[in-house]
Write a protein that binds this ligand. Sequence first.
Ligand code: FMN
Length: 188
Amino acid sequence: MDMKIGKTLGIGATLVIVVIFAFVGAIFYDVVSYTAIGSETLHPNGTEVGKALVVYDPGISGAARNAAGTISGDLQAKGYTVDLAGIRSSKAANISGYNVIVVGGPIYAGNASTSVQAYLKTLNPAQGTKVGVFATGQNPDTANDTVLLMKEAAPIPDNSTLQINAVVKVYGTDDNQKLANFVNTLLQ
Ligand SMILES: Cc1cc2nc3c(=O)[nH]c(=O)nc-3n(C[C@H](O)[C@H](O)[C@H](O)COP(=O)(O)O)c2cc1C
């Protein structure tokens, strides 16, 4: 009888450990980003004023995908043709021809997800392109401090010449207004 309880506990503990490792591994290797291979194009109602690319790492909950959708809707309403693209999609890989490029995803342990970090590292847009970075998270501490927020959400190598025009982190219920302000700053 005791052996049976011990065996059951052992199997349970092993399962818990396996699940924890799988979860941590999934976040560390940004496994969910590999599902972000799709894209869609949103057309403005009136005359097109420019082209925008909005790239997202969806995160586990899809919160970052939702933020990307809101940003895309705002850009569309301002007259942009928007390619809303998963970070592993072919659209995300070809950045030529855009006036505006936005990229973002979740924050894990104080850092942008690894796919967003990698994307920013190689991002080399044509001169004059407006670049924005967004992040989703649960910790509001950095949200109103631009310097901290840049470090957390939009880390770029020291020798990078990339200019970032706007950065935002959303975590609460004021998301839509905050994202609308971000788009306004970006287009200034
Ligand atoms: C392991 C882990 C670490 C996280 N670390 C942070 C953090 O440092 N700062 C923060 O604001 N949010 C943090 N979050 C919250 C996520 O950024 C938040 O859930 C995100 O907006 C959506 O990501 P998700 O869709 O992958 O859950 C963390 C979440 C997880 C699971």
